[in-house]
Design a binder for this molecule. Structure first.
Ligand code: GCU
Length: 390
């Protein structure tokens, strides 16, 4: 079905199947059309941010909070001398042993004195697993991040365990949420941040730290994440414009996949199983996706004009690869308005044929995972779009 409600956005191949069409990223709530970058930044961008905050992820508190920083270790000759390995504990709130995150950072030693572009992402199984693999996995290397390769390609890599920030259960008595409660409060209110909001906030606190490390290029920090942590990377980059680029790996529903397609995981499914990821308001859209004033292409639009890379996997139907592609595709008008290219494909690219436009996309064979292949493509996209002029 061709999307007739917003013909401007319809794909030439007519493959879009979105009941009721999609909300146009360049049309404001009052119906006025955004025609300049100034209007985008002054009116529409804040309006969309407010919608995602109040209706989906919950508002991130803007209260300043004390951050206690401690360097736990520093090893200048890690990875056979090619990297410097640093562990830093950031603790939040008045107590120095308050909730926090332990950042594991690998910085390339060559070229000496250079400030490295840096991938920053949360991990699922702890820093140890990101570094060495997880011994409880049948395939030990499964959760391991390709640190040597990224260092070889000139990137620093920083990661922290997501459960440090919020333990990913529907219980808000732990993690960072209680630091922001008013007296007597025990869980977030209807439009207050859920777990994804807290994880995204943690990415911004990690970025605060990285921007002060003279070995990191403060203007080339890339938010990266897989699955629920891909949703997190997107929300972090949407809110925090200091992120130079973002990467969504199999982020699916609540990430880059269009909710209105209702393919694979739906708003109903995700808010039943993982209500704590979002603000309570979001569950009102279960089975009523057409009443959402936004869709996920507009989350990508909030990252514009910064490079954004989408990785899908062929067997990951739950994350709706085609919906992920469209999420990128339909953000393109905003990129174009801001003077850069969007996603340069009008049809789903063939498997293993990455498109490296400013919104990039690939679909690879296999299932739900962030693989070595995916990482190489993230670095390809970053090489192309964040290369510094020397
Ligand atoms: C579940 C969930 C997805 C999520 C994924 C993950 O499959 O339904 O929305 O992306 O977990 O985080 O691995």
């Amino acid at each position: 079905m061709v999307d007739t409600t917003i013909g401007r956005l319809a794909l030439p191949d007519g493959r879009l199947s979105v009941p009721g069409g999609l909300p146009d990223p360049l049309v404001c709530a009052d119906g006025s059309v955004v025609t300049s970058a100034e209007e985008w930044y002054a009116r529409r961008r804040p309006e969309l941010l407010e919608l995602f905050a109040s209706q989906m992820f919950g508002r991130t508190p803007d209260t300043a909070i004390a951050v206690h920083r401690e360097v736990l270790s520093e090893e200048p000759a890690a990875l056979d001398g090619r990297a410097t390995r640093v562990e830093v504990r950031l603790s939040f709130g008045p107590a120095s042993d308050g909730p926090g995150m332990t950042l594991l950072i690998h910085l390339p030693n060559e070229p000496a004195g250079d400030r490295a572009p840096t991938f920053l992402g949360l991990n699922f199984r702890g820093n140890q697993a990101a570094e060495f693999g997880d011994p409880t996995e049948p395939d030990v290397l499964r959760q391991r991040w390709p640190l040597e390769r990224m260092i070889e390609r000139g990137y620093a890599v920083a990661t922290a365990w997501y459960e440090d920030l919020d333990p990913d259960v529907d219980d808000f008595s732990n993690g960072v949420h209680p630091l922001f409660y008013t007296d007597g409060q025990t869980r977030p209110g209807p439009d207050e941040w859920g777990a994804i909001g807290a994880w995204a906030w943690g990415l911004s606190r990690a970025l605060d730290h990285l921007q002060e490390d003279s070995r990191v290029d403060p203007e080339r920090v890339i938010a990266v994440g897989h699955s629920r942590l891909g949703k997190t990377a997107m929300w972090a980059a949407a809110q925090d414009e200091r992120f130079a680029m973002a990467v969504s790996n199999n982020s699916g529903c609540g990430g880059v996949a269009l909710s209105r397609r209702r393919h694979g995981e739906t708003v109903d499914a995700i808010t039943r199983r993982f209500p704590h990821w979002f603000c309570p308001n979001f569950s009102a859209y279960a089975d009523r996706e057409e009443t959402l004033a936004f869709d996920q292409h507009q989350l990508v639009a909030l990252i514009a004009p910064r490079p954004f890379y989408i990785a899908s996997a062929q067997d990951d139907d739950w994350a709706d690869p085609y919906g992920e592609f469209l999420g990128g595709r339909y953000a393109s008008p905003v990129y174009e308005l801001l003077g850069v290219e969007g996603l340069a494909a009008t049809e789903l690219p063939p498997v293993s044929e990455p498109v490296l436009s400013r919104i990039g996309y690939h679909i690879r064979p296999g299932g739900h995972a962030m693989t070595a292949y995916d990482w190489e493509r993230f670095a390809d996209a970053a090489d192309r779009h964040l290369r510094r002029s020397r």
